[in-house]
Structure formats: C-alpha cells, structure tokens
Design a protein around this ligand. Structure first.
Ligand code: SF4
Length: 314
C-alpha cells in the first residue's frame, strides 16, 4: 500500500538541490493465493523496483507491504529472514544467479540447509523430488551451472525458489533471456506449478505475449505510477488508459489479414527525478487537456469495479 522508493544520491550533501529519483511513487496492489499479477511498462517505469521492494531486496522509502496480514516494512533482520522463506525470487539471468562453484544438487539444497530443513539424506530426497517437479533428470544433480542450457538453468532457478514451499514468487523477467521456444516451456512449467501448489506470482515482464499467457490480472506502470489494473481479458480487449492502449498496440498481430493499428508513443519518457505535474503521462498523451497538467488523476474503479484506471477522461 502506498509504496514509494525514491533514490537520493549518496553525495547529496554535495548537491542538496539535486532531486531524488522517484522510481516508485505511491503504488498499491494485492496478489491473491494462486494468482499471477503482472507488472508491465516500458524500461525504467519502476516495475522491477516495485517487485524488489515487496521482498525488501530494495528498502522502500515509505509505504506498507503485508504478507498474510503481517507487516514486512520495518521488520528486523531475523524475523524478515524467517518470512523470506515464504517469498522467493526467480531472476532474469539464470546463469548469473547460480553459484558456479556449486553443483545443481547443492544449489537447490542450499536454501534447505540455510533454514535447517531436514538432515542431509532428507534434503537429497527433496532435491530429487524438486528436480522431478521442474523436469530435470536425477543425474543433473551432479552437473555444474555451465553444463546446462539456458532453459535448464532457469528450471534449476525455479527448483531452488520452490525448495522452501513459498507462498509468493517474484518472477523478474524470468524468460526474457531465453530462446522463444524455451520461453513457452518455462512459462507453462510456472503455470503448472502454480496450479499444483497455489503459489502467487508477481510477474515482471515487458513481453506482452508472455504476460497475456500467464497473467490473471495485469498492472500497467508508467513513470513510477500504476495507471491501470484489470484482469487479463479486459485489459487486452478493452483497455481504458491511453498509455495502455499505446502499449498494447505494439503487440504484433498474428493474422496478416488483420490490419495492425499501431499507435506511436511520442517523445522519450520524462526523467523520474523531475516528473511532470498532474498526470505524469500528460507530456506524451494524445488526449491531454489543460487539467491533466494540474491535477493528478486517482486510480479509481470503472465498469464492474475490477478495472482501475488513473485518467480524467477514461
Ligand atoms: Fe491523458 Fe489526461 Fe488521461 Fe493523463 S489524465 S492519461 S494526460 S487524458
């Protein structure tokens, strides 16, 4: 709720007038058990910072993050470490996130060891069970990360994230470094695991085809704000916010007979150190009116109440 992450320069005393970078500014959302909520938007919109703030891998400037009703912001290091059992992350680059000096079995067993789960034999059995769940062969346990393909490495990352039976997994662009054919396998694996274990995913991605496949709901971010939230079908069939419309118009149309109606976004995103007043999108919005530069539109319900939109005119 009302999550903010503003970055100030470590040498702020040298340049006190230098404004903070408002990477995430007043963002609120929830993710239910067994649900996938995706965060989408162009590079630098704050989606990864938001996701990492939820896990407190990035310390929020202000706001509240609750897991099962328990506040995580301000929690001391040991209680937070215990709650981290229930919140895991899968990274974009599986290779960079795996320790090259450990074999695959040790990598997946590491979180179990860190939390003192079972003895060595029980952990080895659990590793084998996790391998079977993510489609890795038992003998893969003896291999090192460089011996796996990109897709297999990401399966390994998923097995490690699953080891402690988390309630929430933050997926930070988990398939964007993989070949397209492998992307589908990994996304389908994530969906199967969600069905089986009821895990909630906070899914950060810029590939809207992937997002459409995996999401239940989607939150669209622009310059540190959420500008629209809707369930997947509503967002893709009836987007309301002008930025969402522009973003979706960039998705390629598979049928060559259907003319593509691509809308081009004018200009570059403004600096998050000096964001526009009022609606942050007004400097690029084709529908902008004078009021848009003066008044910030609240994120408020439309239609059946499940679609939330931050726009004065939509
Ligand atoms: Fe565009 Fe105004 Fe709506 Fe912002 S509030 S999206 S500038 S029409």
């Amino acid at each position: 709720r009302n999550l903010k992450k503003h970055y100030t320069s470590p040498k702020r005393w040298l340049q006190p007038e230098k404004p903070a970078i408002q990477a995430v500014d007043d963002v609120s959302f929830s993710v239910a058990k067994g649900e996938t909520l995706s965060l989408v938007g162009e590079s630098g919109c704050g989606k990864t910072t938001t996701a990492k703030s939820v896990l407190r891998l990035v310390e929020p400037t202000s706001g509240s993050v609750k897991l099962d009703g328990e506040e995580l912001v301000g929690l001391g290091s040991e209680p937070l470490r215990q709650r981290r059992r229930e919140m895991q992350i899968i990274f974009q680059d599986p290779y960079a996130s795996l320790n090259p000096r450990l074999n695959a079995g040790e990598i997946v067993a590491e979180p179990l060891r860190n939390f003192g789960v079972g003895n060595a034999k029980e952990r080895a059995e659990r590793v084998q069970w996790l391998f079977s769940k993510v489609g890795l062969r038992p003998e893969a346990a003896k291999k090192y990360p460089h011996e796996f393909s990109g897709g297999q490495r990401q399966r390994l990352g998923i097995a490690r994230a699953l080891a402690l039976q988390p309630k929430l997994i933050v997926c930070d662009e988990p398939v964007s470094a993989l070949d397209v054919s492998v992307q589908a396998q990994v996304v389908n694996l994530l969906m199967d695991l969600q069905q089986e274990f009821g895990i909630a995913y906070l899914f950060v991605a810029h590939d809207l085809a992937v997002v459409r496949h995996i999401s239940h709901r989607i939150a669209v971010m622009y310059l540190g704000h959420i500008v629209e939230v809707a369930n997947r079908d509503t967002l893709f069939s009836a987007p309301r916010h002008p930025y969402t419309e522009i973003l979706l118009s960039a998705v390629p149309v598979p049928n060559p007979r259907t003319p593509a109606k691509r809308i081009l976004l004018q200009g570059d995103p403004p600096s998050p150190a000096n964001p526009p007043t009022g609606c942050r999108f007004h400097t690029r919005c084709p529908l902008a009116q004078p009021v848009c530069a003066k008044e910030k539109p609240p994120l408020s319900p439309r239609g059946d109440g499940e679609q939330l939109v931050a726009c004065h005119f939509r």
